[in-house]
Design a protein. Structure first.
Length: 214
């Protein structure tokens, strides 16, 4: 029963909405078509950047104005958030695996909440139901994005606790390559690889479960 519970908790951590640990998780999730917006930012594509502003800035402006901000605040937060996303994409290999709208909303929301805290303004209390600029589903996805980011970060931290051999075996196993070829590349038998992989996964799941319960 304990092993089943650990495994169930483990599954929660291996499906992040967008990947924040690209080297390890690149083969776990598919790139979302909205990746084109990140490419537009990276390539300074005026048409795509104008589309981002046209489609997404109005709703974020409404949310910030309804939550102790001004239109100037909203414009600044929107611009700064796009710069942050650009830097994540350019220097940290960010790849989008969820719709761009909730992801951008999450970045803007966090940035504005930090600003509210710094200024000592009234706490943000507006719920997603009060907002005309976004549907409730978009806010739900944005919150899910934030949760998945935290899960992905914790998962990666626990992955780093594994020994070098375990990390190598699990990385190679996630490539989709046949196990026989992986065993050959590692210079081990197929039987040893299966056994070692199982042991490594069990150790990783126990690490993740331990932190998740805590």
């Amino acid at each position: 029963m304990f092993c089943l519970q650990v495994y169930q908790r483990y599954l929660v951590f291996v499906t992040p909405c967008f990947h924040f640990f690209s080297i390890f998780a690149k083969n776990l999730v598919a790139i979302h078509p909205d990746q084109r917006y990140l490419e537009g930012l990276l390539n300074n594509d005026n048409q795509l950047i104008e589309e981002i502003y046209r489609l997404f800035s109005p709703g974020i402006r409404i949310w910030i104005v309804q939550n102790s901000g001004s239109e100037d605040d909203a414009a600044d937060i929107f611009q700064e958030s796009l710069v942050d996303i650009y830097n994540q994409a350019k220097y940290k290999g960010l790849e989008l695996t969820c719709p761009f709208q909730p992801f951008l909303l999450l970045v803007c929301k966090r940035k504005w909440l930090n600003e509210v805290k710094k200024r000592g303004l009234r706490r943000v209390t507006k719920s997603s139901d009060d907002l005309s600029g976004y549907g409730e589903d978009v806010f739900a996805v944005a919150e899910q994005v934030g949760m998945e980011e935290e899960k992905a970060r914790l998962f990666f931290q626990q992955f780093q606790r594994l020994g070098e051999k375990c990390r190598e075996i699990l990385r190679m196993s996630l490539t989709g390559e046949r196990q026989e070829k992986i065993a050959e590349a590692l210079g081990v038998t197929y039987g040893y690889l299966r056994k070692k992989k199982s042991e490594c996964m069990a150790t990783l799941m126990s690490y993740v479960s331990e932190k998740w319960v805590a």
